[in-house]
Design a protein around this ligand. Structure first.
Ligand code: ATP
Ligand code: MG
Length: 578
């Protein structure tokens, strides 16, 4: 493809709203054009990347026996009422919904469990028709609270979603295991470094679930990993062995301490230099909301640990959870923020404790009185130990639960999420089949999402340098950048043309920068920005049939015969295929 025939423009500056490199570079290279918050035009170069990712996805799904279909983006409210998700998704604000001209409510699909369940329930009668494996590549719509990072968190984005329907929970687990393998192959074939982690199931619901995380410092998700044991989990649900509590002090009476202005653990450490942080317990107040009520929940947690709000909301089975505001803190504890404590907290407040408080005695905690704390507080003597369970955040350096390894916290970008849904949707939506004994049974379902557009952004987040993007060969918009330094020069024209022709004949996609009147510096700058993995430069050695060969990922360039450069490109592309 000749670049001179294409719409190709680059920006000198990063867009003002670009917080991560992938967003800035994709926008500067013209891959991405912002239309509104979280809504983008995918330019021709990006479309090629997406097409390559989708091709890999289609091949791998087909080999696993998945059939492709296409479900509508517009979905009727009634289906979402059947599954019971309309209320939750509208109260969350994530759902784009509207009324049509007849007044019927419809939404733009944020996901397709309801639609696929409806499709399947109308076709399935017997266990003999199972399993069923379906997938689609579709645009999804989510009115995200914070659309950001360009393609990473869009309000309109491309997802591959697959669904399995089985006759038993064992068969569902098998479908799930197969899909796990499919995901591993897809991301490996895309040329990405990734980690599969245990995940929280969130609003989609269901039991087992794993996320596929592209390793990247800038990722929104924190992950706890242990290299010794292979344990890996999203921090949202990671578990660890909590480090032993500090030594127990002599038993003296609980008493008040004046702590003016000491709202945080740091302030308290300064006031009580001899008291270990582990013996200071904080009381974190939350406002929780259920379908039929709201209330305040207090969580007691060791000073050196943090509360994990995902574990908390799951335990409470609440719809929504947020830190209590100043007014609520004042109403519930009678004090300014920072001084709430478990002793004498209002009756109507549900008090829970994180497992980190286990075995901590003679501790310091808020006194429910501004500028006052209580010291030498003992469970069993000064208050009953509240219901205690794991509600804490794992920390760097914690031991694994079994104590056989150490956890490290890294970051990643979630590009895929696979779930065993069980019978959640089939029961609520009455998707049944008859088994061998003519008994009516709910279908066992799995669902498997993969962010296609987010994967493209994640590849850039993982592959870039100060000059631009560095695409992995399998998903690069073109494999080869053919730079002709002086279009119009006869020797260069004919050599570049023949290389272009031979590469295309070998089935290699090549972008020939033949734009007239451009300095070599500007041409190299654009090539670095766009980041095609293999590079052939036709310049002053053209009369000898020689070119410069280099890789965008680094290393020195070499002057070689044009034929040798073509052979190297062919070899690199063949290796990618294997
Ligand atoms: P997140 O926690 O990042 O919001 P999610 O748990 O809502 O993701 P799923 O509902 O499991 O995501 O969707 C499947 C996949 O779709 C995700 O793994 C991710 O790759 C992609 N995805 C989800 N939301 C977005 C978005 N707003 N923009 C781009 N891709 C997205
Ligand atoms: Mg989400």
């Amino acid at each position: 493809m000749r670049l001179s025939c294409q719409l190709f423009t680059t920006l000198r500056e990063d867009p003002a709203d670009a917080e991560v490199r992938s967003h800035a570079l994709l926008a500067r290279a013209g891959f991405l054009h912002k239309l509104a918050a979280g809504i983008y035009v995918y330019g021709p170069m990006l479309k090629r990347v997406l097409a390559k990712i989708e091709a890999i996805i289609r091949e791998e799904h087909a080999s696993a026996g998945y059939q492709e279909l296409l479900m509508p983006a517009i979905q009727p409210r009634e289906l979402w009422e059947e599954s019971g998700r309309w209320e939750r998704y509208t109260s969350d604000g994530i759902l784009f919904h509207m009324a049509d001209r007849k007044g019927s409510e419809i939404c733009l699909g944020p996901t397709h469990e309801e639609v696929v369940t409806d499709f399947v329930r109308r076709r399935i009668q017997s266990h003999k028709q199972l399993p069923i494996h379906l997938f689609q590549v579709q645009t999804k719509f989510r009115d995200e609270i914070r659309p950001r990072f360009g393609l990473m968190r869009g309000r309109e984005f491309i997802m591959k979603d697959a669904y399995s329907f089985d006759a038993s929970s064992e068969a569902m687990a098998e479908s799930y295991a197969t899909m796990r393998g499919v995901y591993e192959r897809i991301f490996s074939r895309c040329g990405l470094r990734f980690t599969a982690v245990q995940a929280d199931s969130g609003a989609i619901g269901g039991a087992a679930s794993e996320e596929f995380m592209v390793d990247a410092e800038t990722g929104e998700d924190a992950i706890a990993v242990c290299h010794a044991t292979g344990y890996a989990a999203n921090l949202e649900r990671a578990v660890s062995r909590i480090p032993t509590p500090p030594e127990t002090p002599d038993k003296v009476d609980m008493h008040k301490e004046s702590t003016p202005g000491a709202k945080s653990c740091d302030d308290l450490v300064a006031l009580f230099p001899n008291l270990p942080l582990e013996r200071m317990l904080k009381t974190v107040l939350y406002k929780a909301q259920w379908a039929d009520k709201d209330g305040v929940v207090a969580v007691l947690c060791r000073g050196d640990r943090e509360v994990n709000e995902v574990k908390l909301i799951n335990h409470l089975d609440a719809l929504h959870l947020e830190l209590a505001d100043e007014k609520t803190v004042a109403e519930t504890s009678g004090a300014a923020p920072g001084f709430a404590g478990p002793v004498g907290l209002g009756e109507d407040i549900r008090l829970l404790a994180d497992a980190s408080v286990e075995g901590v005695h003679g501790f310091l905690c808020g006194a429910n009185e501004t500028d006052v704390h209580l010291l030498d507080v003992w469970f069993g003597r000064d208050l009953e130990q509240p219901e205690t369970l794991d509600l804490g955040m794992v920390q760097e350096g914690d031991s694994t639960l079994e104590g056989d390894g150490t956890l490290e916290i890294t970051r990643g970008i979630e590009v895929g999420h696979i779930f065993q849904l069980g019978t959640k949707y089939s029961e609520s939506m009455e998707a049944y089949f008859t088994d061998e004994n003519q008994a009516r049974q709910p279908l066992w379902m799995g669902c498997y999402g993969l962010g296609v557009s987010r994967t493209a952004a994640a590849a850039v987040e993982q592959g870039h340098d100060e000059n631009g993007m560095i695409w992995p060969l399998p998903i690069a918009p073109y494999s080869v950048a053919l730079l002709q330094l002086k279009p119009g020069d006869e020797a260069q024209d004919s050599l570049a043309e023949s290389i272009h022709e031979k590469l295309e004949a070998a089935g290699i996609d090549v972008l020939w920068d033949d734009r007239p009147k451009l300095s070599p510096g500007a041409r190299f700058k654009d090539a670095d920005l766009v980041g095609l993995p293999l590079r052939i430069v036709v310049g002053r050695d053209a009369p000898d049939g020689r070119v410069e060969w280099s890789l965008r990922s680094g290393g020195d360039s070499e002057v070689v015969d044009a034929e040798e450069a073509i052979a190297r490109a062919v070899a690199a592309c063949e290796e990618k295929e294997s």
